[in-house]
Design a protein around this ligand. Structure first.
Ligand code: ARG
Length: 564
């Protein structure tokens, strides 16, 4: 049910051909003050069309528009203000949620079209950074949003598993590494070796040559080099998997940069055929002057291919394999130019589908306003962040609800959920500060607050002895507090649509916060469990809230403990 649409239809019936239904819908406004009604129709445009006075039109039209959803109509100058019938709207909305449950808010926009989502994509042998965390959780939430509007998302982890750094790593490992230490703590140890390589190379330039030589061997398929590389990749992936498991995120593909090694000759040939390659100081580039972009580097003077070449191969591969309706790359803002170049080169190759490629950038996570960095070994290990968050959650559970069964499990859901939610509630492009103590709070605009609110709503259902609710004529509510909740439930499909159109999970997170806040005001003011003619309707509303909060959090990738 969409009351705005229904009111537009009621107006349209009276206006016939003067304005189209969707024109009317677009004209409808929400009055700034609630005492001016729920929806207003300004008559200026209509007056212009009919060459009449707006106020006169408003007063003539006002009485004629009728609908069971409208309880009162008031004309104020050129505006017709409609007051909704709270009982009928709440009944329709609550029953719709009750019937649809988790499917409430599903939309048919995507016709099942495939959407590869390049997300997470950490670099092998390096710690997963907070930036990769952002890409992971934003990519996951976007996948869920896309699924909700009927696309088929394909989560792709484009691992950074190729490049000259592997030559350096192999060199460092052979000089200073040991198998046991790598096995015990792969990423810490590989990072240590990498940092040591750079420190040593400052005084010993021959190291760089050795690194290059090992990378060449790797590219040529040298058995020892390939075996070490494979092993580093596996060990790193195992460690990344721990984080993904805790975040409850699974990928459809781990085809990283190395996967495209045998697919790059085709790309270079294609560029050659289209006469797009120029040689600049021995390197092959594609000139992108007409796009106002720096040239795209395709092949270095020593023949090595580059990040860009691999992304071109990946774009073609995804096009051929997934026949996508759009292709997304959830990667930090700092790579904006890279993706502009990627699209421009594909355009130059005559691929119109390059318009369906979208870079979804995001801002930085900062600490006291400064970027968190992984260089010089000064790293924030994601697993440690999740551990700390879980410990903080456990502490609060011990204080609030010491007898809770499965405390550890709930603490994990709350701690990890807190980190994820904090990441997603901020507008994607904004930079934001991360202070763990603020993130794992049961009050304020946090994940635990939303989870806790839902758990409270669940406990009301338990107290009332209710397990499921069926739609009923009785679900009509009249008070102000329920009304605020009903409006948020009503707006859910539109919220989903906006989140999709803007590729913006924060819209869902904000909806969850608002709904939780509205529920808490409702619960503080309306005695839900007391005997009252609207008791059944109130409980039905509580049930509807538990469903929609759960769906909000599911989309964001946050779990919902029923008790906490
Ligand atoms: N591994 C890269 C990094 O950490 C991100 C890769 C993004 N995806 C892509 N197709 N370029 O910066």
């Amino acid at each position: 049910m969409d009351y705005r649409q229904l009111i537009a239809e009621a107006i349209h019936t009276e206006l016939q051909d003067h304005l189209e239904l969707n024109e009317i819908n677009l004209l409808l406004e929400k009055p700034k003050h609630a005492e001016h009604g729920d929806i207003a129709f300004p008559t200026f445009q209509l007056a212009k069309l009919l060459r009449q006075n707006p106020a006169q039109i408003a007063s003539e039209l006002g009485d004629k528009v009728t609908s069971p959803l409208i309880s009162k109509t008031e004309v104020v100058g050129p505006y017709i203000n409609f007051y909704l019938n709270k009982e009928s709207v709440s009944q329709a909305v609550i029953n719709e949620v009750i019937v649809d449950k988790g499917n409430y808010g599903n939309l048919s926009i995507g016709n099942g079209g495939n959407v590869p989502i390049d997300m997470s994509s950490p670099n092998i042998a390096k710690p997963m950074s907070m930036g990769h965390l952002r890409s992971t959780v934003i990519g996951n939430a976007l996948s869920n949003i896309l699924e909700k509007v009927d696309f088929s998302p394909i989560r792709i982890n484009h691992l950074g598993d190729w490049g000259t750094q592997f030559g350096k790593l192999i060199t460092a490992y052979k000089k200073w590494g040991s198998e046991e230490v790598v096995k015990a703590e792969p990423i810490k140890e590989l990072l240590r070796l990498y940092v040591k390589f750079h420190d040593e190379a400052e005084n010993d330039p021959e190291l760089e040559d050795e690194g290059r030589a090992w990378f060449r061997r790797l590219e040529e398929g040298n058995e020892e080099a390939v075996a070490i590389w494979k092993w580093f990749r596996e060990e790193s992936l195992k460690e990344f998997e721990n984080v993904y498991k805790r975040l409850n995120i699974a990928f459809d593909s781990y085809n990283g940069e190395a996967f495209y090694n045998d697919k790059m000759a085709t790309v270079v040939d294609l560029l050659d055929e289209h006469k797009l390659l120029t040689v600049d100081q021995g390197a092959h580039i594609v000139n992108l002057d007409k796009y106002d972009l720096n040239p795209a580097l395709i092949r270095k003077s020593d023949g090595a291919t580059l990040y860009m070449t691999r992304d071109l191969a990946a774009a073609l591969y995804r096009r051929d394999n997934y026949d996508f309706s759009q292709s997304l790359y959830v990667v930090g803002q700092e790579q904006a130019n890279h993706f502009k170049q990627l699209k421009a080169v594909l355009k130059e190759l005559g691929f119109d589908w390059s318009d369906d490629i979208h870079h979804i950038p995001f801002g930085l996570i900062t600490k006291d306003g400064k970027k968190l960095s992984t260089r010089k070994g000064k790293v924030v290990l994601l697993e440690e962040v999740l551990n700390e968050a879980t410990a903080l959650a456990l502490q609060q559970i011990e204080e609030k609800n010491p007898d809770l069964p499965n405390k550890e499990r709930v603490a994990e859901q709350v701690g990890v959920g807190a980190v994820v939610f904090h990441d997603l509630k901020n507008d994607r492009l904004n930079n934001f500060d991360f202070t763990i103590e603020e993130v794992v709070q049961f009050e304020g605009e946090t994940g635990p607050y939303v989870q806790y609110t839902r758990a409270r709503a669940m406990s009301i259902m338990r107290k009332a002895g209710i397990h499921g609710v069926s739609p009923s004529e009785q679900h009509a509510l009249s008070d102000e507090y329920s009304w605020e909740v009903v409006k948020l439930l009503h707006d859910y499909p539109k919220t989903i649509k906006r989140a999709y159109e803007n590729y913006e999970p924060s819209i869902i997170a904000k909806h969850a916060i608002q709904l939780a806040q509205a529920f808490n005001r409702f619960y503080a003011n309306v005695r839900v469990l007391d005997e009252h003619p609207e008791k059944e309707a109130r409980l039905a509303l509580v049930f509807a809230i538990t469903e929609v909060l759960k769906e909000d959090l599911r989309i964001l990738g946050v779990q919902t403990p029923d008790e906490m």
